[in-house]
Write a protein that binds this ligand. Sequence first.
Ligand SMILES: *Cc1c(COP(=O)(O)O)cnc(C)c1O
Length: 240
Amino acid sequence: MSISDNLKSVSQRITDAALRAGRDPSHIKLIAVSKTRPADYVTEAMKYGQLDFGENRPQELAAKAEQIGGSVRWHQIGQLQKNKVRHIISYAALIHSVDSLSLAEEIEKRAAAIDKVQDILIQVNISGEESKSGASPSETARLCRDIAKLPHVHICGLMTISVKDYDYDQNKRLFSALASLASEIEAEKIDNVSMKELSMGMTHDFEAAVEAGATIVRVGEAIFGERDYSLNNPMQNINQ
Ligand SMILES: *Cc1c(COP(=O)(O)O)cnc(C)c1O
């Protein structure tokens, strides 16, 4: 299977899941997760109209952005340490993984310095698994209210990562819980906070996410093939 065939098949599966749930498929954006892949995978996908790409290591995002340039919208989807914000601030269209006020304050400082308003999502640990990063559901509204005061940071919604070995229904319940949390926060009508975007769903669970209301799905392996972490890929050792 080629990248072009894979993009077509993932898009079709998104459309089918949306229609099953009575949703408009055009309301769901596909992010191609290009982490660990060389830049020519990105340029290949761009030929077929894919313009949103996700990276989880800040230096890798910056390196590819510099190499590829142009019309790509880069998404920082992985955990972001404060001292790495400076690498991505001029490139990131959307930062999906903000889970603390102190990280948002660092983004505020770096965004203000280049006169940018940075769009972000709040990452929520909806499953409650201890190994997962993200704000707890009960502290998310409070965090939104605090971050809302930062003028160079704009909250656009919520993001979560589900549990690897959950089945379809378990994932769907988890994703629906994130959607409910977003509705609760939306109802507070906090200035400078929108709950328009729900970033949820990866290769193994994006259809359940679409059925539960995702507006953004982050798909890597179903587009680019399995990641082989045993290969000696210099990109993957950056920032570990
Ligand atoms: C790697 C990654 C993805 C994509 O995972 P696949 O299984 O390759 O689809 C999505 N979201 C985050 C946060 C990731 O780190």
